[in-house]
Design a protein around this ligand. Structure first.
Ligand code: GAL
Length: 951
């Protein structure tokens, strides 16, 4: 056993072999994934002595799969912090309590490997490790999400069983560079293999495949004497020769055309799939093959709720397919290079990638960036080594259109070294870095969470100067703009996507961005009663943690798309279908390469949500960037509210979706909702004259309504300092009290005046409810709400809450659906008629919060056991809303607010119905801009007329 000084030494071990491209080779390879013997010790010194010796007896040890994280197999526990280091800031030192895993296995090496150079390759080990083969130490490495190779030729005995021993430390100097916002998870979490490297083999290859106006250019740097062949193109040239090839089809995310390329020497043949494409910044705009690209991107961490960052190929494919099916065209590999297979999938299926280095020193922000390694020359080699290992591994992927130095590591000389390395080695790709005030180490101007207003200024190249150097400032202003993170998808949201997209489409410089983030990192776990839920920070006994900030993705942890992903897919759809004022339809092609010939357009006409006509729509093969105007294929035939829906679906299957997959849709209203005459009935509404509420309707035990101005705070309401939710709680919106001021009879109606207010405040809402009996046993409720006094700041909602028997467990509605919708997240919902169980209306956010609202509801019916209830908006014709927002739950907003995980929510014997007169948008204030002014809700008079009838 050697000393473990390497753990706290940031300098790369010279025994690690020079990095090289990931390739498929015909050279012999032994996969070392599978079960290894494993022992976890609490400290380096407590790790079993002599464990690397071939004769060491490990028979009493347990087994652990490789790849895996030990914390997800019962050793230690996962821990989540966002930016704070979970250990004292004392670089490069780490705590003595440094969990250390010892791994052992044997590998039978064939006899015919004798004479070959033998290399042991690790694709990713978190965070630092030392390796022995047959008791000989062969090297150490850091850089968790980067490959390391060791020459083990001297140590291996071909024709015999060989013992590979690996000691992995949870913390190391490298941990200071790996402070990404994610779970701290350790171990050998990517593949391990033993490689026989043939003499005269192809150790490394660098493919340069460009494209310009129909001509491809190809040069492959490879060992002298190697042949380069692209059989499909008839190319057979020597390594290093540059060829021009006419008639090549270019690679793009939309048409990811790849060609098989082989590089052959007498000793080895490697196979690559290459795409011809040229990335260039031209006139301040980022282009691929000469076309401006608009990045409809997501930030992707590698995550699985059971496996953490140890993904299977299927997990990666699931991500790629889900992205492609939701109109995503770009990925930032936040904040480390992904498993190499993921990039192959991006090449094949077509996704632009910003490949980001494994670097984040964010925790130093908490000490004013004092001691930040980014500007400390002692760490310079470590920084450059990380960049080098990423660039060398991934340089042959067409999908990688930019290199990124890392994330949130502030500024300093070591970034300069990374930037230079990438530029010098690979002039064919721009370099990205966000976290530096003057943009010195970035070829694009990158920001995160900039507000819409600022993005607009940037779009006009009128943004305020940042940084002190005017030359640098001018360079930045001339650069393309990307939002490397925007639209924080935490919980209910993100709001404001549409308005960002409008800016990206209006300003050529604004080239889109990457939503934060792709998937919630909730770890599947169980409560004391054995009920399964997705755990977040604090659920695993961490003394320092950042709660559910780790659950901020467009996918739930189990990869179910959240409403946010549906909204994103709709907002960024590459075809826009809209009505225009002259009554015609406009179909706009927002693709960059594809014409519309690959889509099949169809239409339906619905009267009050019931289909009355349908057909195909002939749409020409409109070129990218162009649009066509067409007469609508149908007209309204009666007086019912009528909508035309036009859909654009894949005409034929693609590798990522079957024929018929929906790409885009649009709706045009053909006939307005008719006024429904109100026919007065005779009975008297069943009102509680003390409580001022309805107590029954035709035998249905209705109780309500009571005015509500509260919602269970969303993450966006709750997370910021001085949050909206803090203000609402301070006002007491969650504990409103009602005083019935008056119940009087008036011309056969009953009028109830209620004053609603929280304790300790003199502001209030006056609600006047006029109840009119309707023909057929229903009632008409004409309700007006008038705020009085000071109601500072925005309100979450103005709604009417009712409780109903739990047997009413189905809801049918005519309005927006099928999914939830809030004022700034309603694009994905269309007007139609929908049915759901009450349970099906709930969105299981990892942290319970307001959810499940349906917007623009004209009427809804709650049915189930016994008589049901129909509730219908009856416009007065005086400009009051013709629709309402609808939430139906088996629990109250207070229950939702109190719950910490969905399993905490237990159905009671009532169903709670909330009918919104008005509701606030959701915004993205958990990280980024709050609700835009147009989606805010301020205290103001409101009115709604509702007919309630038995069904
Ligand atoms: C950014 C950071 C991400 C993530 C996000 C908030 O500042 O780059 O890693 O922490 O904030 O979820």
């Amino acid at each position: 056993m050697t000393s473990a000084r390497y753990v706290e030494d940031p300098r790369p071990d010279v025994r690690v072999l020079p990095p090289r491209a990931a390739m498929r080779s015909d050279a012999p390879r032994i996969d070392l994934c599978g079960r290894w013997r494993f022992d976890l010790a609490p400290r380096v010194e407590a790790a079993p002595a002599g464990f690397a010796d071939p004769g060491f007896d490990d028979s009493a040890w347990a087994q652990l799969p490789v790849p895996a994280h030990w914390q997800l197999h019962g050793y230690g526990a996962p821990a989540y912090t966002n930016t704070r280091y979970p250990f004292p800031i004392d670089p490069p030192h780490v705590p003595t309590e440094n969990p250390t895993g010892s791994y052992r296995r044997t590998v039978a090496v064939p006899e015919d490997w004798a004479g070959a150079r033998i290399v042991l390759r690790f694709e990713g080990v978190d965070s630092c490790f030392a390796v022995w083969v047959n008791g000989h130490e062969v090297g150490t490495a850091q850089g968790s999400r980067l490959p390391s190779e060791f020459d083990v030729t001297e140590a291996v005995r071909p024709g015999a069983d060989n013992v590979v021993a690996v000691r992995v430390h949870q913390w190391s100097a490298g941990s200071y560079l790996e402070d990404q916002d994610m779970w701290w998870l350790s171990g050998i979490f990517r593949d391990v293999a033993l490689l026989a490297r043939p003499a005269g083999g192809v150790d490394d290859v660098f493919v340069h495949a460009g494209y310009d106006g129909g001509t491809g250019t190809l040069r492959v740097d490879a060992p002298r004497g190697a042949r380069v062949r692209v059989p499909e193109l008839g190319v057979d040239v020597a390594a290093g020769d540059e060829v021009r090839i006419e008639g090549v089809q270019p690679w793009s995310a939309e048409v990811p055309r790849l060609y098989d390329l082989e590089v052959v020497t007498p000793g080895e043949r490697v196979d690559l799939r290459v795409g011809f494409r040229t990335v260039r910044i031209a006139d301040g705009v980022l282009t691929v093959n000469g076309s401006r690209v608009l990045l409809r991107g997501v930030n992707r961490h590698e995550f699985h709720p059971d496996r953490g960052r140890a993904l299977t190929e299927q997990d990666m494919l699931d991500d790629v397919l889900l992205m492609k099916r939701h109109n995503v065209n770009a990925v930032r590999t936040s904040h480390y290079p992904p498993h190499p297979r993921f990039l192959e999938l991006c090449d094949e299926y077509g996704l632009y990638v910003v490949d980001e280095c494994d670097l984040e020193t964010h925790g130093f922000v908490h000490v004013g960036w004092r001691g930040n390694p980014t500007d400390d020359p002692a760490w310079g080699d470590a920084f450059e080594d990380r960049m080098r290992r990423m660039v060398e591994r991934d340089k042959n992927h067409a999908c990688v259109i930019m290199w990124s130095l890392g994330n949130e590591s502030w500024a300093g000389r070591n970034l300069e070294r990374m930037y230079r390395y990438a530029h010098d080695r690979d002039p064919g790709r721009p370099v990205h870095y966000e976290h530096c005030p003057d943009g010195r180490w970035s070829d694009v101007y990158s920001r995160m969470y900039a507000s819409h207003a600022e993005v607009e200024l940037i779009g006009r190249r009128e943004e305020p100067a940042r940084g002190v150097d005017p030359v640098q400032d001018a360079a930045r202003r001339a650069a393309p703009f990307v939002l490397c993170e925007y639209a924080h998808a935490m919980g209910n949201g993100p709001g404001g996507l549409t308005e960002y997209q409008e800016l990206f489409e209006a300003h050529p410089r604004c080239q889109g961005g990457f939503v934060w983030e792709w998937i919630d990192h909730g770890i599947r776990t169980r409560d004391a009663q054995g009920r399964e839920f997705f755990g977040y920070g604090g659920d695993f006994g961490e003394e320092l943690h950042d709660g559910n900030f780790v659950a901020d993705g467009l996918l739930f942890p189990d990869r179910t798309p959240s409403p946010g992903l549906h909204e994103f897919a709709k907002v960024v759809e590459p075809v826009r279908i809209a009505g225009i004022p002259d009554g015609r339809l406009r179909i706009t092609n927002l693709y960059e390469v594809l014409d519309l010939g690959h889509l099949r357009f169809s239409w339906t006409v619905e009267e009050e949500g019931v289909e009355v006509g349908s057909g195909e729509l002939a749409v020409p093969a409109v070129a990218p960037g162009r649009s066509v105007e067409l007469d609508p294929p149908a007209a309204a035939r009666g007086t019912a509210e009528t909508w035309l829906t036009v859909r654009a679906d894949l005409a034929a299957g693609t590798p990522w979706a079957p024929a018929g997959h929906r790409i885009a849709w649009g709706q045009v209203q053909l006939a307005q909702r008719p006024r429904v005459p109100v026919v007065r009935g005779t009975g008297t509404p069943a009102l509680d004259r003390v409580g001022g509420v309805l107590t029954g309707l035709a035998g249905v035990a209705v109780d309500g309504p009571r005015l509500d101005a509260w919602r269970a705070p969303t993450d966006n309401d709750r997370i910021p300092h001085d949050s909206a939710a803090d203000a609402w709680r301070a006002l007491g919106l969650h504990r409103l009290r009602h005083r019935v001021v008056e119940v009087r009879d008036s011309d056969g109606d009953v009028v109830v005046h209620t004053r609603t207010a929280p304790a300790a405040l003199d502001a209030c809402f006056h609600t006047t409810a006029r109840w009119t009996p309707l023909d057929g046993g229903g009632v008409l409720l004409d309700v007006s709400v008038r705020p009085e006094g000071e109601w500072p700041g925005p309100l979450p909602r103005l709604g009417l809450v009712w409780s109903l028997p739990a047997g009413l467990d189905r809801v049918t509605w005519f309005g927006r659906g099928p999914g939830e919708a809030y004022p700034d997240t309603h694009r994905a919902s269309r007007v139609g008629r929908f049915t759901s169980s009450v349970d099906g209306l709930q969105t299981p956010y990892v942290m319970p919060q307001e959810n499940g609202r349906r917007a623009g509801v004209r009427w809804a019916e709650l049915t189930g056991t016994g008589t049901g209830l129909r509730i219908e908006a009856m416009p007065s014709g005086e400009g009051d809303p013709e629709t309402f927002g609808l939430t139906v739950r088996r629990w109250t907003s207070a229950d939702l607010d109190a719950a910490r995980h969905p399993v905490d929510l237990e159905p009671g014997d009532r169903v709670w119905l909330t009918v919104d007169l008005a509701h606030r948008g959701v915004g993205t204030a958990s990280c980024g801009p709050d609700v835009l002014p147009r989606h805010e809700l301020h205290a103001a008079p409101a009115r709604l007329r509702l007919a309630l009838r038995p069904v």
